[in-house]
Design a protein around this ligand. Sequence first.
Ligand code: C5P
Length: 305
Amino acid sequence: MIAVRVPAKVNVQLGVGGLRADGFHDLANVFFAVALGDEVTAVFGQGVTISCSGPDADQVPLDDTNLAARAARLLAARHGIEPDVHLHIAKAIPVAGGMAGGSADGAAALVACDALWQLDTPLPVLLELAAELGSDVPFALLGGVALGRGRGELLEELPVAGTFHWVFAVADGGLSTPAVFRECDRLREAAGTGSSAAEVPTPDPSAELLAALAAGDPAALAAALGNDLQAAALSLRPDLADCLRAGLDAGALAALVSGSGPTCAFLAKDAADAQAVADALTASGTCRAAHATHGPVPGARVIAG
Ligand code: C5P
């Protein structure tokens, strides 16, 4: 049996460029891996089968559309072997929550199957397979803090000092990532700025944000956080504004929608403040649950086996 731990991500900067001809958007995407994560275990099986446990387990597809199943098949095909594995996902990352939970399970399955089948696939090949699975999968392999260019899959590790403390407020229901990108395009069209790659400049990482990460300075990071998908997520889910406000009222340094949402992310000064913000959010009734956590943490790693 192989067990792999894999982190969720929050985008501390999500700069969204125009819509490309291939249906994706060019990004300046600063990924940050947090300790809130899933655990994926792999044992030998017949074909690829999936099971899932955790509070959101009933929302996780157990068929071939699951990114963990797709990852197992892709890795086996690359090596010309039969994909015989049973994968169990112990799910803590909110489903369709904007924290790349499905992508995390895809990355974890690559690492777990690689160890179970004793393939020793080099990291560059795993990263290439990960990019085939989805824009956020390569980062879940790498972890830490990284800048993602292109559609988010071209990664460059970023220097970061110390530990930052976060709170994540889980909303009822999920948001579809393509729907949030479409809403972002629609809002740009409505504002008259256009939404195509020819009309929207390619975003760049914020110098202030990179400096705040390198310095380990939460107040400076709070001032530099930015998510170009936030307006679109709030347009589709106006109730999230109440959750963002409740976290700020409880003393968070900053609040933002995590990725395409609907999970809301809050940066706190330290671990004690993060717990206080999480408790206040839970009591506020503006979210289903709130978790205090920290980061950065490493990407998908074997923890047993
Ligand atoms: O790469 P992934 O399959 O996770 O992307 C899901 C969807 O999110 C894409 O089909 C696209 O609609 C949208 N997306 C995008 N630009 C990106 C990443 C994702 O428009 N850079």
